[in-house]
Design a protein around this ligand. Structure first.
Ligand code: CMC
Length: 430
């Protein structure tokens, strides 16, 4: 390196390329490789993007080694303690926490958009009752693009704002409809007098025959789950939303791309996979058998809810979720229930095990959120849809930031081609 702002690529004495080093407001510097191909004819190779920054962003910062997560500069611990999910939504979308007046207006806008177009209810009828809720989410949230397309100009800030409000408002309604459809119950309309989370829980758990009485501890627990899942920098689903949006596609369709990506067990599907795993383990006596399976190189089994691509020390969201988990178990007097005992014992054993300590595999947020959602009475197959509900604001904030970014280009990675070299098609004898 000759100049602190430039990384020189040298081949013996010859400089092949000089790459600028960019410095953000905090976190590691990045090497700007945009000129690399032009000057050297080479691409970079980084499967899984372990060392690649795909964009500039001012929304969320993570320091995986120190276990730090900031939304717009604010530590997640403080936001989880002092704010509601809608305040966090305002923060992620607009860069600042709302004052009283702004919060009132923002809440009013969201509340006024919670109902979905009546035609949308027809989409559900095309699905089997036993379809996975995430499959229905992909279909129905994608269908929103048909309702808001011709009138939407994504280059206009106002149109992007209204799309964000519509998504934050309507996704919970659709999530609850997915559940009601799967159990053969009538859809519950939103109620404007309720808070965001109370309204969602009512749409999920009430029926026309039985109303829902909110328990403040459980309402706060779900609000916290949403805050902790609201954004996570350039994770797989957010990067998917950005890539889909980079072509100028409809935002509702882009969010659907994020939902599809989130579904995988290595990402948002983990909270559901945790519960499935706990049910499979079945009894505390079988934990050592499953720990051994997780450590066995020849066995594909992994301990679901453990490990993280970025957090190699601890997941700060997991610390907060663990606290909420105990609050909820206390409130509902569930500590002694077999499944919860099993989860807490698995956590204890894995945290003391050398394999997990050495590989820095700590429980992640989804280990505890799965347990909390189960305690709240949310069916296991709905867990990833709940994650999608929290992450919608993050996806749309990143989509908005990308569209407004003057450096924005269509996302188009290159590859290391390993297929057949050029060859001729054999001519068949006539
Ligand atoms: N159980 C057992 N071994 C594991 C686990 C696990 N849960 N996670 C990682 N390892 C091992 C892995 O086998 C590898 O071992 P070796 O070095 O001997 O080959 C080593 O740890 C590193 O794993 P990796 O797959 O290279 O790490 P990664 O950073 O690519 O993967 C992860 C991160 C989250 C995909 C992975 O830890 C995992 O599959 N965890 C279980 C699924 C899960 O809980 N996902 C939710 C993530 S949090 C929610 C979200 O943000 O989406």
């Amino acid at each position: 390196m000759t100049n602190p702002q430039i990384l020189s690529l040298n081949d013996q004495d010859k400089t092949l390329c000089e790459l600028p080093i960019l410095t953000g407001s905090t976190g590691p510097d990045v090497v700007d490789v945009q000129a690399l191909y032009k000057n050297t004819g080479m691409f970079t190779y980084d499967p899984g993007f372990n060392s690649t920054a795909s964009c500039r962003s001012s929304i969320t910062f993570i320091d995986g080694d120190l276990g730090v997560l900031l939304y717009r500069g604010y530590p997640i611990e403080q936001l989880a303690e002092h704010c509601t999910f809608l305040e966090v939504c305002h923060l992620l979308l607009n860069g600042e926490l709302p004052n009283e007046e702004e919060l009132k207006e923002f809440t009013h806008h969201v509340t006024m958009h919670t109902m979905v177009h009546d035609q949308l209810t027809n989409f559900f009828k095309g699905f089997r009752r036993d379809a996975h809720p995430m499959a229905i989410m992909v279909g129905v949230v994608g269908a929103l693009s048909a309702f808001y397309h011709d009138t939407l100009d994504i280059r206009t800030k106002k149109d992007r704002e209204i799309s964000a409000i519509r998504l934050i408002a309507k996704v919970p309604t659709i999530v609850a409809m997915c559940h009601k459809y799967s159990v053969g119950m009538p859809f519950m309309y939103p109620q404007n007098k309720l808070s965001y989370v109370e309204n969602f829980l009512r749409m999920m758990l009430a029926t026309p025959c039985d109303d829902f009485v909110p328990n403040p501890v459980l309402v706060r627990a779900l609000d916290r789950i949403l805050i902790l899942h609201a954004d996570h920098e350039q994770n797989a689903s957010t990067s998917t939303v950005r890539l889909a949006g980079s072509s100028g596609a409809n935002p509702f369709a882009c969010i659907t791309a994020g939902i599809a990506c989130l579904w995988g067990a290595a990402h948002g599907g983990a909270n559901e996979a945790v519960l499935t795993m706990l049910e499979k383990i079945g009894d505390v006596s079988r934990i050592p058998e499953f720990i051994a399976k997780a450590k066995d190189k020849n066995d594909p089994f992994r301990l679901m809810g453990f490990g993280h691509r970025v957090y190699k020390n601890y997941d700060p969201r997991a610390t907060l979720m663990r606290e909420t988990c105990h609050e909820v178990l206390n409130e509902l007097d569930l500590h002694d229930l077999k499944l919860f005992k099993l989860a807490l014992e698995l956590e204890r054993i894995a945290l003391e095990d050398d394999y997990f300590i050495q590989k820095k595999l700590y429980p992640n947020v989804d280990f505890y959120s799965g347990i909390v959602l189960h305690a709240l009475g949310i069916p296991t197959n709905m867990f990833t849809a709940m994650f999608a509900m929290g992450r919608t604001v993050g996806w749309i904030a990143h989509w908005d930031e990308m569209i407004a970014d003057p450096e924005q280009k269509i996302g188009r990675p290159r590859q290391l081609y390993t297929g057949a070299k050029p060859r001729d098609v054999p001519i068949k004898a006539k």
